[in-house]
Design a protein around this ligand. Sequence first.
Ligand SMILES: C=C(O[C@@H]1C=C(C(=O)O)C=C[C@H]1O)C(=O)O
Length: 283
Amino acid sequence: MNSGPARPRVGHIQFLNCLPLYWGLVHSGALLDLELTKDTPDRLAEALVAGDLDIGPISLVEYLRHADELVVLPDLAVGSDGPVLSVLLSTAVPLAEVRTVALGSTSRTSVLLARMLLEELHGLTPTYVTMPPDLPLMLREADAAVIIGDVALRETYEAERDGAAHPLGLIDLGAAWRDWSGLPMVFAVWAARRSFADQHPGVVKEVHDAFRAGLDLALGDVAAVAARAARFEVFDPATLARYFTTLDFSLGERQQAGIRAFAARAARRGDVPPLRTMTFAQV
Ligand SMILES: C=C(O[C@@H]1C=C(C(=O)O)C=C[C@H]1O)C(=O)O
């Protein structure tokens, strides 16, 4: 039997932030044409850079570190233009007294954003420790913690529910970035390995089309996506619907300006090489 061409190896962030994309792939049937790997953002970035994945989401900082090996898929990102709800600096002491910060190990971009804000905006010089994303454990070791994804979304909603009784301070880093820079924050983009895109431009276009169409499908029916997702999540449908519509999945001019502003700051600190140009996949 002829083995036929292999399915593209595609990454998927196993956080609620990417559930609308997954819904779209399921409903369009495009999922059948992909070999999908679900994982945390840190591991997906590592796999894409190592060549174990062909296409996938990549934390912005890891993209900036490997921009020469990657091409960006247009019109797709995980970001926010203001509050994001799921990227937090959580504090157990007043901000000015923060001396130690635990950085969640699944994040590359939000942890750097938090460091920039603490050091450059607030003039603090804390010491940092990287830890698994477990907030109570992190705050046992440090005065503050940076968390992303579902863990952070839960903390946002508990803080809203508790009001003044909530024991922790909370800074939404999407909101903090916009206040500081005036721009949207892009936490992750989708990219293909440049060598894969050169060899299989049609496949990259197909995957991009499937993502974009799937996302439009999901965002066009957010109530249904939220209701279905709520069956197996701790969040209620209204909470999920609000989250899915707060996230900014676009990668337009303002989002790209946000990327350039973040990249310039990160490069100035020596955390990433200077960004020359963002090369987009031909789709
Ligand atoms: C908005 C989010 O965006 C993310 C944040 C990332 C990071 O900080 O490195 C990476 C991928 C995205 O999942 C989130 O996870 O809540």
